[in-house]
Design a protein around this ligand. Structure first.
Ligand code: AMP
Length: 189
């Protein structure tokens, strides 16, 4: 299997780029944020729990997120691999993903990280709010909170993959096509 982690702060372009990468590599896109939003829309227990965290720009607890992710992976037994988008977001999630994949004789091939300056992230998220309908994109305080949580809890996850020799940084500024090209080059290198 080809399992790729697409990493980066909120607003870096992970969702947009995932669309191109799943087509290019024939992989399954697994966005934990999308799964949470689907559950919120459908009024499930998981959705109700997740919403209280998402509205504040906080992370949904690891235990909940990890078991949800495992269930999602198991829904696609025929997958040639996954693009993990928005997961792992903590070192505990990265460790759990590694353990889960190795039970299946599988592993993460690479983490590709989109690098975008903070000012650009904020303006992208506010612009996205116009069309995304996402409350967490529309409120500057929630955006700041998401960026702070990223810096404190998520950025260290890069080290987990760096130590394993799987980390690749990609410049996340430019046109969508330019960034896709850089990602493909990094993944294929
Ligand atoms: P995203 O769509 O990736 O921007 O995620 C939106 C929100 O969903 C985040 O701000 C978190 O509240 C929650 N979320 C998504 N993925 C995770 C994760 N891996 N761990 C914890 N919370 C998550």
């Amino acid at each position: 299997m080809r399992n790729i982690v697409l990493f980066g702060p909120p607003g870096a372009g992970k969702g947009t780029q995932s669309e191109f990468l799943v087509n290019h590599y024939g992989l399954v896109h697994l966005s934990t944020g999308d799964v949470f939003r689907f559950n919120i829309k459908n009024g499930t227990q998981l959705g109700k729990l997740a919403q209280s965290y998402m509205d504040q720009g906080k992370l949904v607890p690891d235990e909940v997120t990890i078991s949800m992710l495992k269930a999602e992976v198991e829904k696609s037994p025929e997958a040639k691999g996954f693009i993990f988008d928005g997961f792992p977001r903590t070192t505990a999630q990265a460790e759990a993903l590694d353990a889960f994949l190795s039970e299946r004789d599988d592993s993460i091939e690479a983490m590709v990280a989109l690098e975008v300056p903070e000012d650009e992230l904020k303006s992208r998220l506010l612009a996205r709010a116009e069309t995304s309908g996402r409350a967490d994109d529309a409120d500057p305080d929630v955006i700041q909170n998401r960026i702070n949580v990223y810096n404190a809890e998520t950025a260290p996850v890069a080290d987990f993959y760096r130590v394993a020799g799987k980390f690749k940084a990609v410049n996340g500024l430019g046109t969508i096509e330019e960034i896709t090209e850089r990602l493909v080059e990094a993944i294929d290198a």
